[in-house]
Design a protein around this ligand. Structure first.
Ligand code: BES
Ligand code: ZN
Length: 590
């Protein structure tokens, strides 16, 4: 039976798009992309064909004979958007849709110059995962449908356009005020991996296959922070097999970017909050790189199978991390992950369906239930598999898996079938179906331990009895040691405790956004006002939801701090990404 994607109007029995050609002009004044999308089908089609769209203005549709195609837009659904039904005269190989995007397109964030590092040029970027590509172009926006794409973006002269594709020629844009950039993505990708950014963007080579893109003001620091990318790429190939996307470039975004990273093929997007000055947060780069195998080669069929993307990728990220940093580093990273998982298990409740690996998100916006479950429960599942069959076999298994399903999209059930074939009896032995279909964390979840990890956890657990880190020793702690320690402290520490931490370790001055975030959450819970100037500045600068959500939540939960949360949000909401703004609005009104 064909899988139905609950987040798309796609009906593959009507036909499949195999290639997309975009020709779009980027209009910063009207916050609009305007032009055309030509969709070529895998085989000739006729009759009704349903596409996904969201807030698009459709000016007209033509088929490959140049004949007008009748189309009809359905009633907008808050989660799915609008069904665009084309009535195709048989046999049709391609259609061209002339259209414009809305200024409120959910995939796009338009930044004023003052919200960029340079402060002079505007900036535009997209974030299509999970179901926002449809606000950029009409398409079959289900990860089950993959297409190659070519694009031509016309942008204001002086600005640079980049995409998740091989860059082509730069050419005249049709007027003195514009230039056009061409792109080609020959490998078939799901719609959520389509990506673009436009701004004052420069670049620097970091290795034979990698280049960092960023605003000129950020480029030097970004190049230093991520100088190890080639070494990482080589480590990943050693573990998972040849890299199949030719180049691995990445773009360091303005601070408004709502995620840590996004695995857009050939051009990962990264938050600038990773630039800590000491390479301590480069695991996010390893994660996005690892998606080049798990996620971008083998893709989840729908968001109900999202754990296939993220669980495997967290596991792969930690294998890269271990290969480069050693076993001790792996134990700390796993402990930090487990702590973040526990917070979400507590938020949902252990019996919540959102704690299953395979979910049923029909009628639910995936952005509303984004959590660490697919990541960290998924990681624990793969780690259990590894602990059960051993390194040699898990490595062979993951290679066979990514080879077998390369450039396809699969369901959890297809994965389980493959597992039964490749590792007979193992699913049964580890209770794989309970892991996948039941809520909570099974009792056979692997525990990671190391001497250092236990020391830090014991010290944190003894906080209430007065145990404190020795200031001299703690000044030498690594970032991950701090994150383990802060994560293991009691949820609520007092105002005086905050004062001691502040005066001893000066967290307000930390250049590490992860440490700063944990500290600000603690300070917000304790109503420790000396941290609030820093807190307001941080919330006024970053747009990464991983940081915004817990800090706003901590403020909103305290009677004395709730008003402050609303005040800071009101002052900054126009600067936040549409997805972040929407999520925080729900959080603050609840
Ligand atoms: N693909 C995700 C980001 C994403 C997921 C965007 C779902 C929209 C919907 C990306 O690979 C990711 O997982 N990023 C993490 C970093 C990682 C180290 C866990 C993030 O942004 O924090
Ligand atoms: Zn990921």
């Amino acid at each position: 039976m064909a899988t139905k994607d609950p987040h798309s109007y796609t009906d593959t029995s009507q036909g499949r798009v195999a290639k997309v050609e975009l020709d779009l002009a980027v209009d910063f004044e009207n916050r609009q992309l305007k032009g055309s999308a030509t969709l070529t089908f895998a085989a000739k089609v006729g009759g009704p064909l349903d596409l996904d769209s969201r807030a698009l203005t459709i000016d007209g549709v033509k088929d490959d004979r140049g004949a007008a195609v009748a189309f009809e837009s359905g009633t907008p659904d808050p989660v799915l958007g609008t069904r665009l039904r084309l009535q195709l005269a048989a046999p049709t190989t391609k259609v061209t849709v002339h259209y414009a995007t809305s200024p409120s397109a959910s995939a796009l964030q338009w930044l004023e110059p003052q919200h960029t590092a340079g402060g002079k040029a505007p900036y535009l970027f997209s974030q299509c995962q999970p179901h926002h590509a449809r606000s950029l172009l009409p398409l079959q926006d289900s990860p089950m449908v993959r297409f190659a794409y070519q694009a031509r973006l016309t942008v204001p002269a002086g600005l640079v356009a980049v995409m998740s594709a091989a860059p082509g020629k730069k050419e005249a844009g049709g007027s003195d005020q514009t230039v056009a950039y061409r792109f080609d993505m020959p490998q078939p990708i799901p719609g959520y991996l389509l990506a673009l950014a436009v701004g004052n963007i420069a670049s620097q080579d970091l290795g034979p296959r990698s280049r960092v893109y960023a605003e000129p003001e950020t480029l030097g620091a970004a190049a230093r922070e991520f100088a190890g990318v080639n070494e990482m790429l080589l480590a990943a190939e050693k573990l998972f097999g040849p890299y199949r996307w030719e180049r691995y470039d990445f773009l360091v975004m303005p601070p408004a970017f709502p995620y840590g990273g996004m695995e857009n093929p050939r051009l990962t997007f990264l938050t600038p909050t990773l630039i800590a000055g000491d390479k301590s947060l480069v695991n996010v780069l390893a994660h996005e790189l690892a998606h080049s195998w798990t996620g971008n080669l083998v893709t989840n069929a729908t968001m109900n199978d999202f754990w296939l993307n993220e669980g495997f990728t967290v596991w792969a990220e930690r294998r890269i991390h271990e290969a480069l940093q050693g076993e001790e580093a792996l134990a700390l990273a796993a402990a930090i992950g487990r702590d973040s998982l526990n917070a979400d298990l507590e938020r949902f409740g252990m019996t919540s369906p959102f704690t299953k690996l395979k979910t049923d998100l029909a009628g639910i916006d995936p952005d509303d239930v984004y959590s660490q479950v697919p990541y960290e429960k998924g990681f624990l599942f793969v780690a259990l598999l590894e602990a059960t069959v051993g390194r040699k076999k898990i490595d062979a298994f993951v290679r066979a898996y990514t080879d077998r399903f390369a450039f396809t999209s699969i369901t959890t059930e297809e994965f389980l079938t493959f597992m039964d074939e490749a590792l007979p009896g193992v699913a049964q032995k580890i209770g794989a179906r309970d892991w996948v279909y039941e809520p909570g964390i099974p009792a056979n979840a692997p525990a990671f331990s190391s001497k250092r990890l236990e020391e830090l956890q014991a010290l944190a657990a003894a906080w209430a009895t007065g145990a404190r880190p020795d200031p001299k020793a703690a000044k030498q702690w690594s970032v991950d040691e701090w994150l383990v320690y802060l994560g293991a402290l009691p949820k609520k520490v007092g105002e005086d405790d905050c004062r001691w931490l502040d005066q001893t370790f000066h967290f307000n001055d930390s250049g590490n956004a992860e440490i700063l975030c944990k500290w600000l959450v603690m300070a917000a819970r304790a109503n420790y006002t000396p941290a609030f100037a820093k807190l307001a500045a941080f919330l006024g600068h970053v747009g990464r939801m991983k940081f915004l959500k817990p800090i706003y939540k901590a403020l909103a939960e305290g009677q004395q701090t709730r008003a402050l949360a609303k005040e800071i949000f009101a002052a900054n909401k126009d600067r936040y990404h549409p997805i972040a703004r929407g999520g925080l609005e729900k959080q603050l009104s609840g």
